[in-house]
Design a protein around this ligand. Structure first.
Ligand code: FES
Ligand SMILES: [Fe+2]
Length: 388
């Protein structure tokens, strides 16, 4: 039963603006969503290809670390010493044979086992090293994307991904990947403003979409019962656009028709292919009004040097904090957040008609999948809706 005093309107196409800035909601989101029975992507295997490689990230606000163990297995642990809780690694990525806590020098191997604790001869007799191995999270991977959950109640990962599984094959299935690099940005907005993005705004907010006439409008958005939305759309290719002096930047060179396939996972991650850009976006909700987005870009291991250069140029120029496509999103998220301080409800319109329920397909440029994701959120958060 909810003890949150928030008025959630009876109309499913409406949402209280307060959902974007309430501190009490944020605390409950950390507990029920980020540490609850959802799966969260934290890395692609290509980010830590060799034994000893590690990557740090956050599960909600909790620091975590993925380590490629000497035994070849990638495990994800809470990035916190099992003695007094000190954060172990602070580097974003790196390579190490062991993990040493700086406070009292307890030492762990890459499989998370406690190897040594200085002064342990004066610990209580009941102390046993194996009780102090790093705390491992349940993890599973799909097409090389490593997912974790802090809850034993999460369903099997493939059931959780459901109808969006074929889109993983389209984005990540062609070849083994290699990491190109990252862009990172901090938005002064709530994480839900970030994930409430949809297909309606694309040709309207984004000038590049208009100028490049990318929106063929033949695509679909697929909503699933776990709050995910997958977009699969053809792009019209305009290689001789006079918008750019050098149209090679927007050309598709991998031999297929230019497409935009975007897997927007609940609560916060995106796996996408846009023309030749292969991108995984991971998001950290630092606080109710601070959201950090990491853009990781990938190439195929068998790309030649010209293709690698093309993917690198296209990745950093289209997406990310300064890209033609996502520059405007960052600006508008901040404005939505400011606007959310005014009273009243958000009211979705585009494509809204007779009630629908997931799994279902909606139009490429509709916002009718958004209320379905919010409905999943509301249930996970145990917030009651007002009655008509
Ligand atoms: S807190 Fe890590 S060794 Fe003491
Ligand atoms: Fe956008």
């Amino acid at each position: 039963m909810s003890n949150l005093a928030i008025r959630w309107p009876a109309n499913q196409a409406e949402l209280p603006k307060a959902a974007f800035h309430r501190e009490d909601l944020f605390q409950r989101e950390i507990e029920r969503i980020f540490l609850g029975p959802e799966w969260h992507p934290v890395a692609h295997r290509a980010e830590l290809p060799k034994p000893g490689d590690f990557k740090t990230f956050r599960l909600g606000t909790a620091p975590i670390i993925a380590i490629h163990g000497e035994d070849g297995k990638i495990r994800v642990f809470f990035n916190s010493c099992t003695h007094r809780g000190t954060q172990l690694q602070t580097q974003a990525r790196g390579h190490a044979k062991e993990v040493e806590c700086p406070y009292h020098r307890w030492l762990f191997n890459t499989c998370g086992d406690l190897l040594a604790a200085p002064g342990s001869e004066s610990f209580p007799e009941s102390f046993r090293k194996q009780d102090y191995n790093l705390r491992e999270l349940r993890s599973s991977d799909y097409y090389g994307v490593i997912f974790v959950t802090a809850s034993p109640a999460a369903p099997a990962l493939e059931d959780y991904l459901g109808e969006l599984k074929p889109l993983f094959a389209k984005v990540l299935g062609d070849s083994r990947l290699t990491l190109l690099g990252y862009q990172k940005v901090m938005f002064s907005s709530n994480w839900k403003e970030y994930n409430d993005n949809e297909g309606y705004h694309a040709p309207l907010l984004h000038r590049a979409f208009r100028l490049l006439k990318w929106q063929a409008g033949k695509g679909t958005q697929r909503a699933t019962e776990y709050g995910h939305v997958g977009l699969d759309a053809e792009l019209q290719s305009v290689p001789n656009s006079d918008f750019l002096n050098d149209p090679s930047l927007v050309q598709c060179r991998d031999g297929t028709a230019p497409k935009s396939v975007i897997i927007a996972l609940f609560p916060l991650a995106t796996v996408l292919k846009h023309i030749d850009v292969i991108n995984i976006r991971l998001v950290i909700p630092h606080s109710v009004d601070e959201t950090e987005v990491h853009y990781a870009y990938f190439a195929h291991q068998d790309d030649d040097s010209a293709m690698l250069r093309h993917r690198l140029r296209q990745s950093s120029n289209l997406l990310g904090p300064s890209g033609f496509v996502s520059l405007e999103d960052g600006a508008v998220f901040n404005r939505i957040h400011q606007g959310s301080m005014t009273p009243g409800n958000v009211r979705y319109q585009k494509g809204i008609g007779a009630p629908i329920a997931p799994p279902c397909i909606v139009g490429q440029n509709d916002e009718s999948a958004n209320p379905l994701r919010w409905e999943y959120y509301r249930k996970v958060m145990e917030i009651e809706r007002e009655r008509l």
